[in-house]
Design a protein around this ligand. Structure first.
Ligand code: PGA
Length: 248
C-alpha cells in the first residue's frame, strides 16, 4: 500500500522570520494528516525546521546533496550533515539543478545512491521540457532519467526512494499537466519501477509537481498513479499548502 506524500519545495526562498510564520502555520494546521507531509528547505534552515516541526507529523529535508561523503569539496553539503539535522528527505535531479547546474543523469543517479546509502529518502525528479514534449520525446526523456537512477541503485534500495514527475514547462508557470496527461506519464514511471522491482512499484510514491495548487490538487491526486505532490510556489503559504494536504 502506497502512502501519499505532499512535499514542499521552498527553493531559494525564505528567511528566519518568514519561515517561523510558515512552519508554525503548518504545525498548527496539519491535524491528523492522512498522508505524509514534508518540507524541503534551503540547508541553512534545517535546524529551524527541526526545532519547529519536531514532534509533529511533518518531516523535513533538503533540496540537494553532494555525491561525496566528505572532504575537500568547497560549498557542498553532505548526506551526513543533512542527517545531523534530522532530515528524512532530499530532492535530487530537480530540473533547475539539471539545467542551471549541469547535472547529468549520472550525477543525479550518484546523488540518489548516496542519499539512500546514508539513510535519506531521495525524491528523484524527472520531466520533459516543452520542446521535448512537442517533439514527442516525453516518454524517452523520463525513461532515460529514471532508468539511470534505477540501474545505479542496488536492488534492495529501490523501495527506499520517491519519484516526482515534474514537466519542466509546468514548473512555476501556472500551466499544469491535465490529470490525464500526468497519469499517462505516471503509469509509465510505475511500469519502469515494476520492471526492476515489483516491490518498488507497489510502495514507491510517484508525485506530480508543476503548478499544483489548492484548486487543481484534488483532481490530480484522484488519478490512480499520482501518489502526492511536490509543491513549489504553493508551499510558501501555509493556507495553500494545508489545503493541498487536505485535498490528499
Ligand atoms: P511549482 O514548482 O509548484 O512552483 O510549479 C514545483 C517544483 O519545481 O518542484
Amino acid at each position: 500500500m502506497r502512502r501519499k506524500l505532499i512535499a514542499g519545495n521552498w527553493k531559494m526562498n525564505g528567511n528566519l522570520a518568514a519561515n517561523a510564520v510558515l512552519l508554525t502555520g503548518i504545525r498548527s494546521g496539519i491535524g491528523e494528516a492522512h498522508c505524509d507531509v514534508a518540507v524541503c528547505v534551503p540547508a541553512p534552515y534545517l535546524a529551524q525546521c527541526r526545532d519547529a516541526l519536531a514532534g509533529s507529523p511533518a518531516r523535513w529535508g533538503a533540496q540537494d546533496l553532494s555525491v561525496h561523503e566528505s572532504g575537500a569539496f568547497t560549498g557542498e553539503v553532505s548526506a551526513g550533515m543533512l542527517l545531523d539535522f534530522g532530515s528524512r528527505y532530499v530532492i535530487v535531479g530537480h530540473s533547475e539543478r539539471r539545467s542551471y547546474h549541469g547535472e547529468s543523469d549520472e550525477t543525479v543517479a550518484a546523488k540518489a545512491a548516496r542519499a539512500v546509502s546514508a539513510g535519506l529518502i531521495p525524491i528523484v525528479c524527472v520531466g520533459e521540457t516543452l520542446q521535448q514534449r512537442e517533439q514527442g520525446q516525453t516518454e524517452s526523456t523520463v525513461t532515460r532519467q529514471l532508468d539511470t537512477v534505477l540501474a545505479t541503485l542496488e536492488p534492495e534500495q529501490l523501495t527506499r526512494i520517491v519519484v516526482a514527475y515534474e514537466p519542466v514547462w509546468a514548473i512555476g508557470t501556472g500551466k499544469t499537466a491535465t490529470p490525464e496527461m500526468a497519469q499517462q506519464v505516471h503509469a509509465l514511471l510505475r511500469m519502469l519501477l515494476k520492471e526492476r522491482s515489483v516491490a518498488a512499484a507497489e510502495v514507491v510514491p510517484v508525485l506530480y509537481g508543476g503548478s499544483m495548487k489548492p484548486d487543481n490538487a484534488a483532481e490530480l491526486l484522484a488519478m490512480p498513479d499520482i501518489d502526492g505532490g511536490l509543491i513549489g510556489g504553493a508551499s510558501l503559504k501555509a493556507t495553500d499548502f494545508l489545503a493541498i494536504i487536505r485535498a490528499c
